[in-house]
Design a protein around this ligand. Sequence first.
Ligand code: BES
Ligand code: MN
Ligand code: MN
Length: 455
Amino acid sequence: MQEITQYLESNRDRYLDELFEFLRIPSVSTDPDRKDDVVRAAEFVADQLRLAGIDKVEIVPTDGHPIVYGEKIQDPSKPTALVYGHYDVQPVDPIELWESGPFEPTIRDGHLYARGSADDKGQVFIHFKSAEAYHKLGKPLPVNLKYLIEGEEEIGSPHLERFIRDRQADLKADTVMISDTAMFARGVPSICCGLRGLAYFQIDVQGPSGDLHSGSFGGPVGNPAFELARILAALKDDRGRVTVPGFYDDVRELTEQEQQEFASLPFDPEEFMKETGVKALNGEQGYTPLEQFWSRPTLEVNGLLSGFTGEGAKTVLPAKAMAKVSTRLVPDQDYRKIARQVSDYARSLAPDWVDVQVSYLHGGKPWVANLDHPALKAASRAVKRGFGKRPVFQREGGTIPIVATFDELLGVPTVLMGIGLPDENAHAPNERLLLEHFYAGIQSAAYFLEEFSEA
Ligand code: BES
Ligand code: MN
Ligand code: MN
């Protein structure tokens, strides 16, 4: 192992060069103009896998963006890890807030800045290098490896479930390894053992057939922006509870032990308020912030659009108003059931004179890990060796839609060994990755192969 460790250390500069190349590709999956760039990112991943000695590498086309699949069966009697990650990234707006270009990777103060540095290019990359080290040193892998790297995670993985169903036999594995989450804090490495689910909507309110002069028509003609605001306001009460009937029916309450575990983590509300720039914490009464993030469902407005939003003033009565709304879900909520409930309720709140359409865009299931699984314990030991500190167990408020599917379709438990940090601006301007974590992550990924082979 020492040879591997040393190899990983002495190749740091090359890793950084290669990651820079990956990060320069603007693989924004939601943007149709970036389709070719997304394909280029898939090709980069395939090249990385080949470089790592993975011998069956395919770029599988889908109706959307391609899936990269690879495998190296070292020894059928050894355990198999399936590495999942995504090479697509989120859009960059608001672009003017970036201190350096989102696709011009730049190092400042020990952080690597670029879109995708933390989510997920920089994280998935560590699992290319662990395998590569064995290959370059001519050592047999301690486990069998499969890779499933997709380009549509940030848009809800619309084609991945189909692929998993079609290739169920190929994907057989003993664990799914994912690095696509954040650690608890700098100096507090963690393994993530829970994710929230998601249901995402667009609400469109249509009033008059076209925009109108607000002076000539305002009054008798109502305003769709107002009606949308009323609908949105009615979706939550003043105690932070979602008002959609049935919304909480399937919510699993935390056990006392889970509550205690959450409470034992070092969360400082004052510090958190400073970090996020909010003057007070809101949310659902009766639950701590960590309980809310990790074990309570929420409903958020992600964006709003109506009428005139340019500079200066324009008197207009808008014809329509639109909101993007999402709910985060927890075990045992079902996103399809929630989608129906939200849609029915939002439409029921609308007055007769407007047309309200609620479109369900995508969803994902919530997930919690089995803490006793040997793969999770192996990852825990690997992180301890890579980061020099035993990891804590935590959950995440975010969603990786496919994780629950791995459970259901493959019956394979997932390990979330993320190396990001909560303040790394995923999905926001100035996304970054702490380089120290990147290097420790590469080491941990290599330790995992060894630990897992013995698990
Ligand atoms: N890597 C994130 C998931 C995540 C978010 C982990 C926050 C830890 C903390 C993933 O790429 C992501 O952004 N997921 C989306 C869901 C998707 C369907 C758009 C999310 O959580 O919003
Ligand atoms: Mn991600
Ligand atoms: Mn993301």
